[in-house]
Design a protein around this ligand. Structure first.
Ligand SMILES: Cc1cc2nc3c(=O)[nH]c(=O)nc-3n(C[C@H](O)[C@H](O)[C@H](O)COP(=O)(O)O)c2cc1C
Length: 262
């Protein structure tokens, strides 16, 4: 069996979970990392027996630019498993989006999973989903892979049943760019920066100028790839107002569990 795993992962949690799922599969598994802009230039026509798509949830949905890219992946009637990774707040409408995507792009959505990854904005003072995926999450992801494999081996192409998500209208109406109201773009701490350019190299939107290391305000997702990748911890990330941090911490305090649908 040939499986293609397509994933976007700005800070590594989705990647870790996608790899754990792959450990439950047999046959030939190949990964396609679509985190950097060059990797999303062309569309994809899959020739896999199974495709797995994994992406983080931003603003209770699949980030818009990524969802647009996904629409250039054509399934040819083959099975699809979808993975949403979220930071212990909510996975929102992301599964419904995968269902619509599958219908539009000739995939059969046979499995879906929502898994928790450390929240992008977690810190020691606001440790939302800190350290996740942990060992237990990774084991569950592996088991999810095993269940998908069994379903494939049975030749069972039954479409997955997904729970309906009802979200307050204001959340779905909130544009992707709304995050800029809450989170500042990461700035450079001059004293620590050695101008190595890794932040520019690893920016999923190509939003950082290689020469000046300035970030393009409109392109910046606030995904914190640049913050996490800086070898000198010289990128500073902040909430716009300190009260947001305590609200964030409160909202994300209670541990949520992964869910799988088959
Ligand atoms: C712009 C933005 C919006 C986010 N929105 C949500 C959200 O609505 N719900 C949630 O639980 N986590 C949210 N997160 C957290 C990420 O989904 C989570 O940290 C995920 O593990 C990141 O995946 P990655 O490490 O593969 O980049 C958001 C993160 C970012 C950067």
């Amino acid at each position: 069996m040939k499986t293609g795993i397509i994933y976007f992962s700005a800070t590594g949690t989705t990647k870790a979970l996608a790899e754990a799922v792959s450990r439950g599969l047999s046959g030939n598994v190949h990964f396609m990392d679509v985190t950097l802009p060059e990797s999303r230039k062309n569309g994809i026509i899959v020739d896999n027996d199974l495709t797995i798509i994994a992406a983080p949830v931003y603003g209770e949905r699949i980030p818009g630019f990524l969802f647009d890219f996904f629409h250039r992946i054509k399934g040819n009637g083959t099975p699809l498993a979808a993975i949403s990774v979220y930071g212990n707040m909510g996975f929102g409408i992301s599964l419904q989006q995968y269902r619509e995507f599958a219908e539009d792009n000739h995939f059969r959505l046979i499995a879906a999973g929502v898994f928790i990854g450390q929240h992008t904005y977690a810190t020691k003072m606001a440790p939302v989903a800190y350290g996740r995926p942990d060992e237990y999450d990774l084991q569950q992801a592996r088991r999810f892979g095993e269940s998908i494999q069994k379903k494939m081996d049975r030749g069972d192409g039954t479409p997955v049943f997904l729970p309906a998500t009802v979200l307050p209208r204001f959340i779905t109406a909130f544009p992707d760019s709304g995050i800029r109201l809450l989170i500042r773009q990461p700035r450079v701490k001059e004293a620590g920066c050695i101008s190595c350019g890794v932040c520019a190299l690893k920016c999923p939107m190509g939003a950082i100028d290689f020469r000046t290391l300035k970030i393009h305000e409109q392109k910046c997702l606030r995904c914190y790839a640049c913050v996490k990748v800086c070898p000198k911890a010289a990128r500073i990330a902040e909430f716009r107002f300190p009260m947001f941090r305590s609200a964030f911490n409160r909202l994300g305090a209670k541990r949520k569990e992964n869910q799988i649908f088959l």
